[in-house]
Design a protein around this ligand. Structure first.
Ligand code: CP
Length: 315
């Protein structure tokens, strides 16, 4: 594998999930693979899980990890070609990507959506310009439109906890006071489209995701109907896509509660974290034995590690 920008870069999701589960049993098995090699992790936005789990994954493979909070500590980058740079931007991505490539063997980047300019966000200007100008493989640590390490961790977690060959999986929108990106939901949908599952997306009217992502996945606007007989409830907030970046409602009608979970087939509760308790999900659900949120976060290490392993092996 050359780059990991999207879940579809994997040759085979199911095989990769099994490989990650094997790796989890013996995480230090490939400790010499990354010897004398370096990964640069560039964060244009905040992180807890992605930052620590990717460093841990690198360490397990013997890779040296160099981390930079690019958003707060780096020069402001210009991405337009042919610009006269006489305003705020100090450095062009052309030089930045080529310079970073000299310091590492893999570059991994987190750069969220602005949620103010749909066209610019969908162009994935940070990730795609690094891909264009870097001389080393590029890994997506969450971009404007995707979070492929998260959805791979989610696939690993579901594989470990499923009790039926073809589970019913519900992706449910839940309320949040702030405008949040679509990346986690997008990647979860793309991952579920590669699974043998009864998959349903549920959200209020006005929160439809990009038709290019949703394709023919089932959408149900009645949350309680969607929850019936579910085996997994994956919850995430996202802002409006059609009224781009807007928060259309913050009432608690769509919060995940114990009563709603009673409609399911004793479903496991999933969320990528961070999560606002008693806004997105009630304490009684996230604290229940059916909550997988800590397992999901743990599997971030193994999703990152299997991806870095494949890049190092060029498989
Ligand atoms: N789930 C996730 O990506 O967490 P962080 O934003 O803390 O990295």
């Amino acid at each position: 594998m050359k780059n990991y920008l999207n879940i579809n870069e994997l040759d085979n999701l199911q095989t990769t999930v099994q490989e990650a589960i094997e790796l989890k049993k013996n995480p230090m098995k490939y400790k010499s693979l990354g010897e004398d090699k370096t990964i640069c992790l560039l964060f244009f936005n905040n992180s807890l899980r992605t930052r620590l789990s990717t460093q841990k994954a690198a360490q397990n493979l013997g890779l040296n990890a160099v981390v930079m909070n690019f958003g707060s500590e780096g020069w402001q980058l210009e991405y337009e070609d042919g610009t006269i740079m006489n305003e705020g931007k100090s450095e062009h991505v052309i030089e930045a990507a080529k310079v970073v490539s000299q310091y590492c063997d893999i570059v991994a980047i987190r750069a969220f959506a602005s949620l103010t300019d749909k066209e610019q966000d969908e162009a994935e200007i940070v990730l795609n310009n690094f891909k264009k100008y870097a001389n080393v493989p590029v890994v997506n640590l969450e971009s404007s439109i995707g979070h492929p390490l998260q959805c791979l961790a989610d696939a690993i977690t579901m594989e470990e906890h499923k009790t039926t060959h073809k589970p019913k999986v519900v992706l449910s929108w839940a309320p949040h006071p702030k405008s949040l990106p679509h990346a986690v939901a997008n990647s979860f949908i793309e991952m579920m489209q590669l699974q043998d599952a009864d998959f349903v997306i549920t959200h209020p009217e006005g929160y439809d995701l990009s038709p290019e992502i949703v394709k023919d996945s089932k959408v149900e606007y009645d949350q309680e109907k969607a929850f019936e007989n579910a085996d997994f409830v994956y919850t995430k907030n996202w802002s409006s896509y059609t009224d781009y970046g807007k928060v259309l409602r913050t009432d608690d009608e769509w919060m995940i509660t114990g009563d709603k979970m009673k409609l399911t087939n004793n479903a496991k509760f999933m969320h990528c974290l961070p999560v606002r308790r008693n806004v997105v999900v009630a304490d009684e659900v996230i604290d229940s034995e059916n909550s997988l949120v800590i397992e999901q976060a743990n599997n971030r290490t193994y999703s990152a590690q299997i991806v870095l392993k494949k890049i190092l092996e060029r498989k």
